[in-house]
Design a protein around this ligand. Structure first.
Ligand code: AKG
Ligand code: FE2
Length: 353
């Protein structure tokens, strides 16, 4: 049985500069230590009803006829449906692809998807667009707090790079993991989603009570469970939103902010806190990315500049001086390829989201 991760729970709903400075420090500390942080859902950025409704739409989507989902198959633009075993987040270790289905939504225009979506969810375009916007706004608020906490000058440096009006790799993703009873071919070593780190700046993850399975890789190379409702939040109307740092923001901050490897395990049906994995599992992720044309130049922060990660020390000196400056789009493309083995061919390598 996996141990439980000690990820801090932070309330960002305070107002005023003093609250912001305190919360910003807590966020940076959590992101530097764990790469993950729980943000209490107070209904301020996303209403409880909005989150619940998004899960309802997700259930409708995955129950759609197979032909309807197949018509929306995932494309190289990273938008669309991927079926069971299509994505392999950890190709070096996994025997078969992930035991999950996923649907990636790109941008909406005037409440309408700009990609094929199953007929069953067409009436919900406006709600999905609003949910996606709310996620992006919350991410921009978090990015501002990271800017403040890291002493970036100007503090909205990251936020400005995530304009909602420019094309970007940001994706709203619905995930469905069938119950183990529907996947009898699963073997003991199999996982619902392979070990990986996310590619973007930050990810928001929404989960449902009692649907366990997410685990993070600890500094000592063990797996620790990430409960949906950590102690103190059990009575909240909606579980906290789990936020994690992606590879791009880690790269951009000289690895001061950690991008932590995680996976979704079958966990032999029980984890430490009584959450089961015997049921079907639904989760919703929002992968936030900077605008495609954002150059990942040095972050104007003393603290980031002076931070020496293990890697930077091994390379001796400032890694910025040795790196070619990538754009956000180049960074994403370099990471997408290896997880969709069929779409890209098995020879090209990247990693998973
Ligand atoms: O379903 C989950 O809890 C995690 C999913 C995930 O890590 C991902 O899609 O990147
Ligand atoms: Fe992930």
């Amino acid at each position: 049985m996996a141990s439980t991760a000690a990820i801090p729970i932070i309330d960002i709903s305070g107002r005023g500069d003093e609250d912001d400075a305190r919360v910003a420090k807590e966020l940076v500390d959590a992101a530097a230590e764990h790469g993950f942080v729980y943000v209490r859902n107070t209904g301020q950025h996303l209403s409880f009803a909005q989150v619940e409704h998004a899960f309802d739409i997700s259930k409708t989507l995955f129950r759609s006829p197979l032909e309807d989902k197949q018509r929306c198959k995932i494309e190289k633009n990273n938008q669309g449906w991927s079926g069971m075993h299509t994505e392999t987040l950890d190709p070096k270790t996994q025997r078969v692809g992930d035991f999950k289905e996923a649907f990636n939504f790109g941008p909406f225009a005037d409440g309408k998807a700009t990609q094929p979506i199953p007929q069953s969810i067409e009436p919900h375009g406006t709600d999905l667009a609003t949910f996606q916007d709310s996620c992006h706004n919350l991410c921009r608020k978090l990015l501002l707090l990271f800017g403040i906490g890291l002493g970036v000058d100007p503090p909205d440096f990251f936020t400005a790079a995530h304009s909602p009006d420019k094309p970007s790799g940001s994706i709203l993703r619905f995930l469905y993991y069938p119950p183990p009873s529907a996947t009898p071919s699963a073997e003991e070593a199999d996982v619902r989603a392979g070990a990986h780190s996310d590619y973007g700046s930050i990810t928001l993850l929404f989960r449902l009570k009692n649907q366990a399975g997410l685990e993070i890789l600890t500094r000592t190379n063990g797996w620790a469970a990430v409960p949906v409702c950590p102690p103190g939040t059990e009575e909240d109307p909606s579980p906290p939103i789990l936020v994690n740092i992606g590879d791009l923001l880690s790269y951009w901050t000289n690895e001061l902010l950690r991008s932590t490897v995680h996976r979704v395990a079958f966990a032999n049906s029980k984890t430490g806190d009584g959450e089961t994995t015997t049921d079907p599992r639904y989760s919703i992720a929002y992968f936030c990315h900077p605008a495609d044309d954002t150059p990942l130049t040095a972050v104007p922060s003393e603290r980031v500049r002076n931070f020496k990660s293990g890697l930077a020390t091994a390379n001796a000196g400032n890694p910025y001086a040795e790196r070619k400056v990538l754009t956000a789009e180049e960074h994403l493309k370099s990471r997408l390829q290896a997880t969709y083995l069929q779409m890209y061919g098995a020879d090209e390598h990247g990693q998973g989201e």
